[in-house]
Design a protein around this ligand. Structure first.
Ligand code: TXA
Ligand code: MG
Length: 556
């Protein structure tokens, strides 16, 4: 079979061609052909939903189990009374607010809908897709279009016409290219035949938005995990292994910095990684698909299927993926990843406890770190790592010398005094240097954290808060101390005058700054080093115990 390709990516083009293409696709559908259509969520494999023979061919083309019903695509709520019965008023409330859009409603079906379409169920799934081209095709065809996602059964859904052709070329009569899907994950399925309404599949419309309009929604168990042997999900499709690339997938959940470290610890050269943009640098030796910044769940939704798909073209033997939290679109993205993994999920918030220490000079940071070392912690000294990187990391050297020409001597070594002068008391220059440093230092510290054994790790960083490293920590500790004590300590330690000691302290951020931004404070007002050590030991033991308990509780 030859698959016709209709290019409708640019709807501002020649009006005549557009109309001809839409008519041709609509005619094919009316005549019982299979045509893949674009929607805002994923591409659908459409057929006339009232035509039994056509609908049967959908199942064949996809290799889809017969007991998995299809969604009927409509032009709007005005078609509901034809294909549904006993429609609750809430359906219209929802349709008015969210249609056209990524919401599928399950309602009682009318006698017009054939058994094949609903796989014999007494209910039918209906939705109105938010895509101008497909709405025009539906209007012109004048029939509801049954359309599952246009992938081969079991494969990740298609978010571009190219994906569709990869799976369906030669199996269907036509593909309408309407550009890449703007949502990227399938519609949210809400069952309105029960009370309260039940979420059967998280999708492109966040549950929070639904609840804001209609109040609490029950969540079907199939959404959260695999079902017990013999247990039947309400959406039959939820029981199948789905979206799966050829290589087995492991989802690593937890705070992004933690899951990135956990993945780093597990990967080898044949591993593939799906991660947030911020962590790509951690995996220079792996095949990596970035699915967008941590905070941008829409980008993650748009890219998740493509990421899962393209691994099949690279020789990876296993895939690890980070996972967004369950708020907003994160629930749908996480659900697709977990389904691809057959719900093989690893929790990254593990036994590793990360403490970040910060504070001004002379407050007692070094003594506190010595105590932590004694308690068995691995200590990462950011200042030391920074100097080592300046001496060894060529990429970083290049960036620094581009921003501060002449700070490297002809023999390639760094002139630290010169660099110091360039940024001393010059706020903008210092910010420029810091921006470069953070970009290189943060991933390096994260790498070292990932490599560390389970147990307590302490990061020592003056700029813990500014660099963003605080986000990797279970707790951040401000080490503070009364100014007079600090003056005396640094005079003795660095053999400097009182005046110079005071100047150094005032050049730094005050204790209030650290106190306000850290999760806890260790105040050093002890007269002797021994006394402070004892206080610090008690403090850290208590802190570590509380973090451990918190992690235990979270696991339950
Ligand atoms: O975004 C979407 O919904 C896309 C685009 C093409 O519209 N379509 C889609 O269809 O994802 P499909 O067939 O891949 O997934 C439909 C899901 C299946 O899990 C199916 O079991 C469930 O909807 N479903 C269909 N009719 C149902 C019904 N009457 N009761 C419960 N679940 C139903
Ligand atoms: Mg599907």
């Amino acid at each position: 079979m030859h698959t016709l390709y209709f290019d409708l990516r640019d709807t501002k083009g020649q009006q005549k061609t557009i109309e001809d293409n839409i008519s041709a696709a609509a005619r094919l559908l009316r005549d019982g052909a299979l045509v893949a259509i674009p929607t805002e969520t994923v591409y659908g494999l459409g057929a006339n939903g009232l035509d039994e023979a056509a609908v049967r061919r959908i199942f064949q083309a996809k290799g889809r189990p017969q007991d998995n019903p299809l969604i009927l695509h409509l032009t709007g709520p005005q078609w509901l009374p034809r294909y549904c019965r006993e429609i609750p008023p809430m359906a219209y409330v929802l349709a008015r607010k969210f249609w056209p859009g990524p919401l599928t409603m399950i309602l009682k079906r009318s006698g017009l809908v054939p058994d094949v379409t609903t796989a014999g169920l007494d209910t039918v799934a209906v939705r109105c897709p938010n895509h101008l081209v497909t709405l025009a095709i539906l209007r012109e065809a004048g029939v509801p279009v049954a359309a599952p996602s246009a992938n081969l059964s079991g494969r990740p859904s298609c978010t571009s016409a190219q994906d569709v052709l990869e799976d369906m070329d030669g199996r269907i009569e036509g593909v309408v290219d309407g550009g890449p899907c703007v949502v990227g994950v399938e519609s949210t399925i809400l069952d309105l035949t029960c009370e309260p309404p039940r979420l059967l599949r998280p999708g492109g419309l966040p549950v929070e938005e639904l609840e804001r309009l209609i109040g609490p929604i029950a969540v079907d168990r199939a959404v959260i995990g695999t079902l017990a042997e013999g247990e039947k999900p309400k959406a039959p499709g939820m029981k199948y292994r789905h979206y799966a690339p050829k290589a087995p997938v492991t989802v690593v959940t937890g705070a992004p910095a933690k899951s990135a470290q956990e993945i780093k610890r597990r990967v080898g050269v044949h591993s593939g990684v799906i991660c947030f943009d911020e962590y790509v640098r951690l995996f220079p030796d792996q095949v990596v698909h970035a699915i967008g910044p941590v905070e941008d769940k829409l980008a993650q939704a748009q890219r998740v299927f493509e990421a899962l798909r393209t691994f099949d073209n690279s020789p990876v033997t296993e895939i690890y993926t980070q996972c967004p939290d369950g708020r907003g679109l994160g629930l749908a993205v996480g659900n697709r990843l977990k389904k691809a993994a057959g719900f093989h999920v690893v929790e990254a918030d593990s036994e590793k406890i990360i403490l970040g220490l910060t504070g001004g000079t002379g407050a007692g940071k070094s003594s506190a770190l010595a105590v932590l070392r004694k308690l068995g912690a691995v200590v990462l000294d950011c200042d030391q790592v920074y100097h080592q990187m300046l001496a060894e990391d060529e990429e970083m050297q290049k960036e620094v010398s581009r921003a501060f020409p002449g700070v490297f001597r002809p023999d390639g070594t760094l002139d630290r005094r010169k660099l110091g002068q360039e940024v001393f008391m010059k706020k903008e220059q210092l910010e420029k240097l810091n921006a470069i440093v953070y970009r290189f230092l943060v991933p390096e510290i994260q790498r070292q954290l990932a490599a560390a054994e389970n147990g307590v790790c302490a990061i020592d960083a003056v700029n813990l808060l500014e660099s963003g490293l605080d986000e990797d920590c279970d707790r951040t500790v401000a080490i503070t101390s009364p100014t007079e004590l600090r003056v005396r300590r640094i005079m003795a330690r660095d053999q400097i005058t009182e005046q110079y000691a005071r100047m150094r302290i005032t050049a730094q951020k005050p204790d209030e700054y650290y106190r306000g931004k850290c999760s806890c404070e260790l105040n050093n007002d002890a007269d002797t080093a021994e006394e402070f050590q004892k206080t610090a030991e008690r403090f850290f033991k208590r802190l570590i115990r509380s973090v451990r308990e918190e992690k235990q509780n979270r696991k339950i």
